[in-house]
Design a protein around this ligand. Sequence first.
Ligand code: AGP
Length: 607
Amino acid sequence: MCGIIGYSGHRPAVGVIIEGLKRLEYRGYDSAGVAFVQRGELCVIRAEGKLVNLENKLAQAPSHTATSGMGHTRWATHGLPVERNAHPHRDQAGTVALVHNGIIENYQELRTELEAKGVTFTSETDTEVLAQLVGLYLAETGKLDQAVSQALSRVEGSYAICVVSRSHPGVLYAARKSSPLVMGVGVGENFLASDIPAFLPYTREVVFLEDGEMVRLDANSWQVMDQDTLQPLEKTPQHIAWDVQAAQKGGYKHFMLKEIFEQPRVIADCLAGRVDHKTGRAQLTELSGSPTPERLFIVACGTSYHAGLWGMYLMENWARIPTRVEVASEFRYREPLLGPGDTVLAISQSGETADTLAGMRLARKMGATVIGLCNVVGSTVSREADKVIYTQAGPEISVASTKAMCSQLTLITLLALHWGQEKGVLPADVRANCVRTLEGLPDVLAAELSRMRHRAAELARAYSEARSFLYLGRGPCYPLALEGSLKLKEISYIHAEGYASGEMKHGPIALIDPKFPTFALAPCDELYPKVKSNLQEVQARGGKIISLTHAAQDLAVDHCWEVPAVWGPLNAFVMLPALQLFAYEMADYLGKDVDQPRNLAKSVTVE
Ligand code: AGP
């Protein structure tokens, strides 16, 4: 999830662009760059790291008077966060520059085709393929609109792009498919951006571009057209009343809520290029050449640990790999019995968690293969692992991890399919049901999230007096019960304990009384009758129950929360946001600082 801004008007463009990128830095911040045409020259200036590094570079560059240009702040998906991979990317002839937010799934084969035509690449990014294609078609046609349209017709995946060319000073072309792009209409100036905050101080007249649309703009005019036919399209600007802070949250009250509602897109992005649609097989090219584990050790902390624990059920059932899930802070001091032939999967959103890193280093020292599953390209976990798989969740701003766990569950599911396929033990019906369900999840969730939020708010108010909660789950829902209780604890400061339902009668049942409610995960699976009897034990002690379940379950409890059922253990993808929303609504109702809870840090870099 990168940030793009484009400008054509009467102000010095670089100033407008840098200010805009600052307001987009929450979208990605590992490198940045600008491009503008000045005295017929196409100038591209990029820098690694925070935006201030780019500002310093621009301060040393000759003064720039251009009144049009574009900028980009990067959240790496393909290629390390170094200057050569920063955007804008130019074509070989240096005629056009391009910035991109999204994932080009077929970039490898396009790159091979272009290299065969003698094109030399200077980065490892998927994006540079697009810049080279536009340059090639511009050289053939001389028409920038046609060149952009032709180039886009060759790529598969998601994109929001902006293009400038030294042969078309003052003009910007932009287009989108699946990635956000908006236009800001001013007086004698026009703007483009991934998100409204970028140009809000200048104009509140916004045109929302749809998938398959392309726009040409300069200082005094703009025209939206169809990407393929270049036929003009009618668009009407809308007036936006938000302030910048609200806009960065996309109109949501908190980043946590925004990130919960981003999960449908996150699943789609994680699947992008990782399912072979012809064979229905999972394909994790990142793992090519690495051995299929004889034994698997999943090492992580907090929410990432819960994702790993859920993964164990799939690794053992689908890939038949003996799997242990380890709390990293324990694993690192336990001298675990592992060595060559064993694989350690280190899961970390930030890629910087000290205990998880120590666990990885111990595993490597003992000769195990270490795979990093993390969300931050270029983070220490990604650099120190033998292999790394990135979870395409985009930057997660809220301390409470939500969309990152959703992305971890998605990749863990693909990993279990991959290793099951490699070992030839994955039943064909499991793979078919799993891939079909995964690909349908974004729509299921997108349709359900608002209804879920409404129900979560009702239940949070009904239970806002509770000072403690017991979360219960069985099988793959046990890790979800742990996660639900963690979310409630970390943002509402209400004591909560996650427990395996069957374990309850071995102790925690002593806690049950009318003031100690139970949040139960009761999906319609083979374990449902067992969960039902556990809940009858709670009711027998006067305990109040919220049951997160599926329609038509005969569970007479205080509050039944029905959510759509999907196939098998993938119910987790529907139950997880419900747990997140309940905790969110409770914390918000109790007036807590949801995004910055007390005593917590987004990345725990000390042990
Ligand atoms: C979860 O909401 C917390 N922020 C915390 O438990 C977190 O999951 C844990 O610190 C691990 O972080 P990581 O995934 O970045 O390694």
